[in-house]
Write a protein that binds this ligand. Structure first.
Ligand SMILES: [Zn+2]
Length: 125
């Protein structure tokens, strides 16, 4: 890996600092087929791919692609659809755009409330 790339990675991602993992991003992806909300952990240091400007060496931003598999759907709605999460970031790693093939991105609150519903749906011991 060329030195300048290591410098860039270092600047943006703190590479070499031991990788605490505190930089993780979370997306919450809702499957359009069954409605299950799947948390997706993104490690910027390994999951973001550098995009370069046409001219060559300058990083213009980052892109992300993840395949997202749920845990088998929701109660009464078995589903094993594979979702495709794609996102674009600027060179400061600010999220610009996110798309899900087969679903949509929802917020953490929606995920939490679905977890609560699932818990409520369990029969009492
Ligand atoms: Zn599904």
């Amino acid at each position: 890996m060329p030195t300048w790339i290591q410098r860039v990675l270092s600047a943006f991602f703190g590479a070499g600092s031991g990788g605490s993992g505190d930089d993780a991003l979370w997306f919450y992806v809702k499957c359009r087929t069954c409605g299950e909300i799947i948390p997706v952990r993104v490690n910027p240091a390994s999951d973001l791919v550098q995009e370069f400007e046409d001219a060559g060496d300058m990083v213009s931003g980052y892109s992300l692609h993840k395949e997202v598999m749920g845990r088998g759907g929701r109660p009464g709605r078995p589903c094993f659809r594979l979702l495709q999460l794609d996102a674009d970031f600027d060179k400061g790693r600010q999220l610009l755009d996110v798309r899900v093939d087969g679903g949509e991105v929802v917020d953490q609150a929606a995920y939490a409330s679905q977890q609560q519903e699932s818990a409520d749906a369990q029969p009492p011991e």
